[in-house]
Design a protein around this ligand. Structure first.
Ligand SMILES: Cc1cc2nc3c(=O)[nH]c(=O)nc-3n(C[C@H](O)[C@H](O)[C@H](O)COP(=O)(O)O)c2cc1C
Length: 368
């Protein structure tokens, strides 16, 4: 193994969570769970990544127990006997392979179409009825609806603990329900769930607190957040470090253990005047551990050269290592590279550059 890569492959402990390596499998929706039940192939898919040295698996987004949580019958559910029995088997398989696993608790809000499967009688819900394109497609959520969704997140958290998961990740990123509350474009409420950037964190903070209440102090809670949205890659919740500090404070205080700062290109500085990326700023401002993500390993030729001993200084692996060495980030997530190559992490660890598989077009349309 290339000695310089060793920091990525040593066990780390964050509070009550110990991971065998710093590599995280990024949450990726696959749609391979008919009627919301993960199949044996889904189990093998996660087990394979754990066996190949992914330290922490964040599952694809799973539907929390709320009728309007997701649109699509093939998205795995996190409620009901059959899906939960399947998830229990997945947890056991990942643990048997030496890995750790958390479910990504998901509510799509108004990114879901009204009356989409699996609950075709359910209207979609969002803070003010506006979708990410700024179109008015519904009514503002009532207080009762807000409390029902918070309760569904908490039920998901309790279920995760019962099934033996190693924690939870709450999906607060990319323009889905929690992020719809964060974003002024989709949150135009005039009550205490809307208004200033800090006021717009109220819903998320209540979700985190409700989850914390049911799982207790020792069960890791990860919150994934992003500036970018599926409907607008250029969107910014916080335009300055000061705004980001105000935004993060209520979330951190609510009980988040680890922040997952989602960006599309992890090497890009978040604000001018500093090289720190988005998760780097989150760690600096909250003091909490962070996961970085976004095109790590996308420069496959540079990665291959590095594994053959040719250092360029600017490959994505060297950049990630530099961030770890400077204590800017703690964990490194991979999405598309480990869809394309389930053995990506173990191949990098053993410097098997010649067999590293590039991301083929359509890699996300298969499950293996
Ligand atoms: C097929 C696919 C499905 C995804 N589904 C989710 C998801 O369910 N939840 C989420 O937070 N991000 C999702 N993402 C984003 C990834 O978690 C990750 O942030 C993104 O792919 C960037 O990492 P990468 O450059 O290593 O692929 C998805 C990405 C892909 C490619």
């Amino acid at each position: 193994m290339t000695t310089s890569l060793a920091p990525l492959f040593t066990p780390q402990t964050f509070g009550t969570l110990t991971v065998p390596t710093r590599w995280v499998m990024a949450p990726m929706t696959r749609g391979f769970s008919p009627s919301g039940v993960p199949t044996a192939e889904v189990l093998a898919y996660y087990e394979r990544r754990a066996k190949h040295r992914v330290g922490l698996i964040v599952t694809e987004g799973v539907a929390i127990p709320h009728p309007a949580a997701v649109g699509g019958d093939d998205i795995p559910r996190f409620y009901g006997n059959e899906p939960l029995a399947a998830w229990r088997r997945i947890v056991e398989a990942v643990h048997g392979a030496g890995g750790r696993i958390v479910p990504q608790l998901w509510h799509q809000g108004l990114e879901r179409q009204h009356h989409d499967k699996p609950h075709t009688d359910a209207c979609s819900v969002g803070p003010s009825g506006y979708n990410g394109k700024g179109e008015l497609v519904g009514e503002p959520m009532s207080d009762g609806e807000i409390h029902a969704v918070i309760a569904a997140f908490a039920e998901g958290a309790a279920t995760a603990k019962q099934l033996g998961f190693d924690g939870i990740e709450i999906h607060g990123a990319h323009g889905y329900l929690i992020d719809q509350f964060f974003w002024a474009m989709t949150n135009r409420r005039t009550d205490s769930y809307g208004g200033s950037l800090v006021a717009r964190t109220r819903f998320a903070a209540e979700v985190v607190r409700a989850c914390r209440q049911v799982v207790g102090a020792d069960f890791p809670i990860i919150l994934r957040i992003s500036q970018w949205k599926v409907a607008d890659y250029e969107a910014k919740l916080a335009k300055t470090p000061e705004e980001l500090a105000q935004f993060l404070a209520p979330l951190s205080e609510a009980g988040v253990d680890i922040f997952h700062g989602s960006t599309r290109r992890f090497w890009e500085p978040e604000f001018s005047g500093s090289e720190l990326n988005f998760p780097g700023w989150i760690k600096k401002l909250t003091g909490k551990p962070v996961i970085t993500v976004g095109s790590v390993g996308s420069d496959i030729d540079a990665v291959k050269r590095l594994l053959q001993g040719v250092t360029t200084g600017d490959s994505t692996l060297e950049k990630a290592l530099g961030m770890i060495a400077r204590h800017e980030v703690d964990l490194v997530a991979l999405g598309r590279p480990i869809l394309a190559d389930p053995e990506w992490v173990s191949k990098v660890e053993s410097a098997r550059a010649e067999v590293l598989q590039p991301v083929p077009p359509g890699a996300d349309e298969r499950l293996y």
